[in-house]
Each structure stands twice: as structure tokens, then as C-alpha cells.
Design a protein around this ligand. Structure first.
Ligand SMILES: *Cc1c(COP(=O)(O)O)cnc(C)c1O
Length: 396
């Protein structure tokens, strides 16, 4: 692996130099007022990125997976019913976590490559007259399949059924890269981490709780200690943590939010869309297909690309790393060996994306796939030439 090359995995993502420097801090006393000057702006920044006025944001030393656990254990009790769809590796893991916590999960089996079935959700919620279902789980962007689902449609399903269940959204690979509207979509808990759209090292679980989710703290009886948001809220009120905070990462998060909001969230989303569209045009020029079943499901943060029958897609990832020092993502779970993934989120420019596409072409040609060198790159170049914006600040 060459550290000169960008990575094309869907997290951890490339880190801008300024954020690496922001994380590298001298030791400071986390019980001094100085810490509050890092913590509170970071929390305020995250709220803006979530497009929420009313959420309470909590940041744990953890990863996105810890964010899932924070959501479940603070609001639910053993035996509670939850509704979830399984359409990829990440939704599957969250379901597995529910089972391990003794929750009762109604799982809607959904093809990998399809989006969340809002219609099925509506049917099931409508049939649940006694309102036994306490929470609906939704993975906004299935990182395993490159599928972005419609969270507004899930909210409409809840409303159409007149069902009071809370809506928990995994936005680990969408928040800060693709449009996310916590308040407008009536999201009760939003979960993310530091190492994807926020362009930081792994190490933070970032969650937003709506007022309804905060109210659920009172009745929830699943065991929780490290991830108890009540302890965290008491800490924040005193400019502190219930334990030692990851000060450097929080400083990085504060600056990351400044960068995202400085570029403008809509501009950040447009940049991701433009870069992703170039990648999709390249895939099309190669004669390959995405795992996502239809255009409206295309993720702007990761593309999962199907390889021809009988070809092991993992070879692409192995060969790219060994020969060219470039990282792509392997297929996970049901699509292991059938897809390889190009991550295109975080600190990325058109030019960086072109280098990844050029590398993928060399790799596929080396491995005997019928790919004409330059074909995908040219398709992406045409797209970038005709749509390029001024260089983005986040990529500086
Ligand atoms: C990366 C990811 C996770 C897991 O996050 P970790 O930080 O690895 O714990 C969860 N959900 C989605 C959609 C992801 O992309």
C-alpha cells in the first residue's frame, strides 16, 4: 500500500491535512474550560449537519456500531418489538445486535441491491393495531450494496399507518455526504461515526436524539452504562464527560463541521453527486452493472460493481493493493466475491476519482476482463468537464 495514494474504500475515508493536524493536539485538561470550547462547537456543528434544531447530540468514544447500541439501549426494553429490513451487511448487523439485546425483531427480507421497502413497513405498521412495535430501523445508505433508501418514504409509511413507533436511522455512510434531514423526516435517532463523511480517523460514535427519543429514556430498561446518554448529558452540562474524552478527535470534529458548513452542505452533496455520477458513467462504459437495482437507489458515497459470472471480484481488490498500492472495497456477506466497491465520499476531488478509475481499469485489464483502457476514465472525464465546480474547500 502506498501512503501517497488516496483510498477508495467507503470508510475510513481520506483525511484532509488540516483535519489530521487538528486531531494532533497537545494534552489538555479535559476538566478545564478550554475543553468546553471544543465540545460545544462540535455539538452545534453536528446539529447543523443533521439539519436539526431540536436534537440533542451525543458523541461517544466508539464507532458507528457503538452508535447503534446507544440508540437501542437508551430507548428500548428487553422483549420490545422493532421492525427492520435486511438488505445488506450493515442492516443485517444492526438486526443481529437487536437480537443479542433480547429485542423482538420483525425482519423484512429484502433483496441485496433493493432499497428499504416502505410499502411493506406501512402494511406491517398498519396491521400492528396494538402498537407493539416500538421502533423502526432504517439504514439510509447500505454501504455493502451502494443503495440509498428513501427515509422520507419510511416516515410517510409511519404517518400513513398512524403508528407512534420511533424511527432510528443509520446514517453512518450518508450523513455529511448526502442530504439528511433529521427534523423534516421525523427521525428520532440518527447514528453516524467520525471516519466517513466527517473525514476523520475512526473513534467517535455520533448520535442525535429527538425530544421523543429523549422521553423514551425514562422507560427504557435495557442495561446501559458506557453508552448511557443521561450520564453524557450531565457531563456536557458541566463542560465535561463521564469519562476521559477523545479531545483530539473532538477538535477534529469541530473543524470538520466548520469545513462542511463553510463549503455549504448543499455544495458538499452536489460534489458527492457529481463525483459519483462520473464513477457510474465509467462503470457503464466498462459494460458492468451496479448492485443497486435502479437509478433512484444509486448511492453518492459508494458504488458496488458487479463483476461477470465466474470471476472473483475480490481478486480486483487484492491485485489493486498488491500491484498499485490502491485500496478498493471487497464485497461483503451475500455479495462477497460478486462485487467490488469504489468508495467516493469524504475528501475527494474529480481528479482523485479519475486516478481511482484509471487504477481499476489497469487492474481489470491485468486480470483478463474485457476492459478497454481509458474507456471508463474518458466517460468520467466528459462528465467532470461539463459539470466541474470551482475547487471545493473541503478538498484543499
Ligand atoms: C461503516 C458503517 C457502519 C459501522 O460503523 P463502524 O464505525 O465501523 O462501527 C454502520 N453502518 C453503515 C451503513 C456503515 O457504512
Amino acid at each position: 500500500m502506498s501512503f501517497q495514494n488516496p483510498v477508495f474504500i467507503p470508510g475510513p475515508t481520506n483525511m484532509p491535512e488540516v483535519l489530521r493536524k487538528a486531531v494532533d493536539m497537545p494534552t489538555l485538561d479535559h476538566r478545564s474550560p478550554l475543553f468546553g470550547q471544543i465540545l460545544h462547537p462540535a455539538i452545534e456543528g453536528v446539529k447543523q449537519v443533521l439539519k436539526s434544531r431540536t436534537a440533542q447530540v451525543f458523541i461517544f468514544p466508539s464507532t458507528g456500531t457503538g452508535g447503534w447500541e446507544t440508540a437501542l439501549t437508551n430507548t428500548l426494553s428487553p422483549g420490545d418489538h422493532v421492525l427492520a429490513a435486511r438488505n445488506g451487511m450493515f442492516s443485517q448487523r444492526w438486526i443481529d445486535m437487536c437480537n443479542r439485546h433480547g429485542l423482538n425483531v420483525s425482519v423484512v427480507q429484502t433483496p441485496w441491491g433493493a432499497g428499504l421497502p416502505a410499502d411493506r413497513y406501512e402494511e406491517i405498521l398498519t396491521a400492528d393495531k396494538g402498537h407493539r412495535i416500538k421502533a423502526v430501523l432504517a439504514t439510509h445508505n447500505e454501504t455493502a450494496t451502494g443503495v440509498r433508501s428513501d427515509i422520507a418514504a419510511v416516515r410517510r409509511a409511519l404517518d400513513a399507518a398512524g403508528h407512534p413507533a420511533m424511527l432510528f436511522v443509520d446514517g453512518v455512510s450518508s450523513i455529511a455526504s448526502m442530504d439528511f434531514r433529521m427534523d423534516e423526516w421525523g427521525v428520532d435517532i440518527a447514528v453516524t461515526g467520525s471516519q466517513k463523511g466527517f473525514m476523520l480517523p475512526a473513534g467517535l460514535a455520533i448520535v442525535g436524539f429527538s425530544p421523543r427519543a429523549m422521553a423514551a429514556l425514562e422507560t427504557a430498561s435495557l442495561p446501559r452504562t458506557f453508552f448511557d446518554v443521561r450520564d453524557m448529558a450531565r457531563g456536557y452540562a458541566a463542560n465535561a464527560y463521564p469519562y476521559t474524552p477523545t479531545v483530539g478527535l473532538l477538535n477534529g470534529l469541530k473543524l470538520s463541521c466548520d469545513m462542511l458548513l463553510g463549503e455549504g452542505l448543499e455544495a458538499v452533496f452536489a460534489r458527492h453527486h457529481r463525483i459519483a455520477e462520473g464513477v457510474r458513467r465509467a462503470v457503464n462504459a466498462w459494460g458492468l452493472k451496479l448492485c443497486a437495482q435502479s437509478d433512484d437507489l444509486h448511492s453518492d458515497t459508494v458504488s458496488a460493481i458487479r463483476t461477470p459470472e465466474g470471476f472473483d471480484a475480490t481478486d480486483i481488490v487484492t491485485h489493486a493493493a498488491q500491484k498499485y498500492g490502491v485500496a478498493f472495497g471487497v464485497g461483503l456477506g451475500e455479495v462477497a466475491g460478486r462485487v467490488f466497491r469504489i468508495g467516493h465520499l469524504g475528501s475527494l476531488t474529480d481528479v482523485m476519482a479519475l486516478s481511482g478509475l484509471a487504477t481499476a481499469e489497469m487492474v481489470m485489464a491485468d486480470l483478463g476482463l474485457d476492459i478497454r483502457l481509458g474507456s471508463g476514465v474518458a466517460a468520467a472525464q466528459e462528465h467532470y468537464r461539463s459539470s466541474a465546480a470551482a475547487p471545493a474547500r473541503a478538498a484543499a
